[in-house]
Design a protein around this ligand. Structure first.
Ligand code: GDP
Ligand code: IMO
Ligand code: MG
Length: 423
């Protein structure tokens, strides 16, 4: 039995989609366990680019089974857009994809509540993706949610109507009285569409597959520093993005988890508000943004950029039980004279390498180690033997600090620009 997990160790957008696609041929099943269309996972191959939001990144290789687990929140309208685009490009999605009956639905009013909540927070806003994620997970935990399986029940419209009316009252109390007639119609049409897919008891399915000797790769969304428990609260998303989330989000028992792939960029980015100790506000930050094309896949927002933060990475490795590391976007640093890595924080004069309770960047001064850049274009390299000495030294430095092997290095957005290391 084998369940491996692949998840982000920073603030999201580490390149999870690309690597899941690369690893898919090694597994029988790829499964998403949390998050929703706040995710934007980019894949590039054969000169084409795809951005996936709710659908797992295993749909492009070898007809693998892809599962959307109970821990995911689904917007039928966005799901339909994504699915129709994939079908139009030749992916036989109806055969490949199975959706959990227990996945919660994002209603049109959840999105309106997300916007209204952000507005009410004023300058303290989280900078959400506006996809209704927070309100949908709130309804789930307060036991007011509407699940995909409910759409198959005779009283679905009553359940939906009760949730909608409750949301409309909440919106009114926030001073909003929107006309949702059109939104609702589009959403209900999309519900009919989504019902034409395989809607299943995914926890049974996945455990049956494991019993039959099949292997599963769980694909995380967001990143550890956006986890609702362990991230930079309250500037986080509303789900558990960590390894434990794969257990609750799929119905897989902890003792079935094998490898945990932790994925990180050779530097660091964040989109939305919240603390980011190594953020760069200077020309170097701008250079990373330009070279790395650091603009959000979902919202198009500028991503904030900075040096790699090893305090945060060590914490993420600990919380997730990471066994193997994957470093992305190494090529973005190809032209730099000097690379910096934050090895500790100075907080009120004291040096620590432990993640503090509050990550308020105002009080945190990063302590950096500087390493020489490699000043070599690595994007066409085919094996690690071609890596320049200073890049090898950067890898060695990171592996020593993080006490975990870096098994894959990514040197460009394309599927082919992926180098596996002999460990
Ligand atoms: P995800 O949300 O973790 O799947 O990551 P995103 O797709 O949001 O963001 C990663 C971005 O970096 C995408 O535009 C990818 O095409 C791109 N990308 C992934 N790996 C590499 C890499 O090694 N080098 C470069 N230059 N770009 C990469
Ligand atoms: P992927 O899977 C980067 C951020 C938002 C905001 C916070 C809460 O592509 O890595 P939400 O809409 O979830 O309530 O927003 O989380 N955020 C992400 N940042 N990548 C993501 O997903 C993200 N999903 C949410 O910017 O700061
Ligand atoms: Mg992304």
């Amino acid at each position: 039995m084998k369940v491996d997990v692949l998840l982000g160790l920073q603030w999201g957008d580490e390149g999870k989609g690309k690597v899941v696609d690369v690893l898919t041929p090694r597994y029988d099943v790829v499964a998403r366990f949390q998050g929703g269309p706040n995710a934007g996972h980019t894949l590039e191959f054969e000169g084409k680019k795809y951005v996936l939001r709710s659908i797992p990144s295993g749909v492009f290789q070898n007809g693998r089974t892809n599962i959307i687990g109970n821990g995911v929140v689904l917007d039928p309208v966005l799901f339909r857009e994504e699915a129709e685009a994939l079908e139009a490009s030749g992916v036989e999605l109806r055969k490949l994809l199975k959706l959990s009956k227990k996945a919660h639905l994002i209603l049109p009013t959840h999105r309106l509540l997300d916007a209204a909540n952000e507005k009410a927070k004023g300058s303290g806003k989280i900078g959400t993706t506006g996809k209704g994620i927070g309100p949908t997970y709130t309804d789930k935990t307060s036991r007011n949610g509407v699940r995909l399986g409910d759409t198959l029940l005779p009283d679905f419209m009553d359940r939906y109507g009760a949730a909608r009316d409750r949301h409309m009252n909440m919106l009114a109390s926030l001073g909003e009285t929107p006309d949702i007639t059109e939104l609702e119609k589009k959403w209900l049409d999309a519900v009919e569409y989504i019902k034409t897919y395989q809607v299943i008891d995914s926890e049974h399915e996945i455990n049956d597959l494991l019993k039959a000797g099949k292997s599963v790769l769980c694909e995380g969304a967001q990143g550890t520093m956006l986890d609702v428990d362990f991230g930079s609260y309250p500037f986080v998303t509303s789900s558990n993005t960590v390894t434990a989330g794969a257990c609750t989000g799929l119905g897989v028992a902890p003792n079935k988890i094998g490898d945990v792939y932790g994925i990180f960029k050779a530097y660091c980015t964040r989109v939305g508000s919240g603390p980011f100790p190594t953020e760069l506000f200077d020309e170097t930050g701008k250079k990373i943004r330009d070279l790395g094309h650091e603009y959000g896949a979902v919202t198009g927002r500028e991503r904030r950029c900075g040096w790699i933060d090893l305090v945060a990475l060590k914490y993420a490795i600990m919380i997730n039980g990471v066994t193997k590391l994957i470093m992305m976007k190494s090529d973005v640093l190809d032209g730099f004279d000097e690379i910096k890595a934050c090895t500790a924080y100075k907080i009120n004069g004291e040096i620590t390498n432990r993640m503090p309770y509050s990550l308020d960047s105002e009080n945190i001064e990063p302590v950096y180690t500087a390493l020489p850049g490699w000043k070599t274009d690595m994007t066409a390299m085919k094996s690690e033997s071609e890596f320049p000495a200073n890049f090898k030294a950067y890898i060695d430095f990171l592996e020593k600090e993080l006490e975990t092997p870096i098994v894959i290095v990514s040197i460009g957005p394309d599927r082919e620009q992926t180098i596996e290391r002999a460990i």
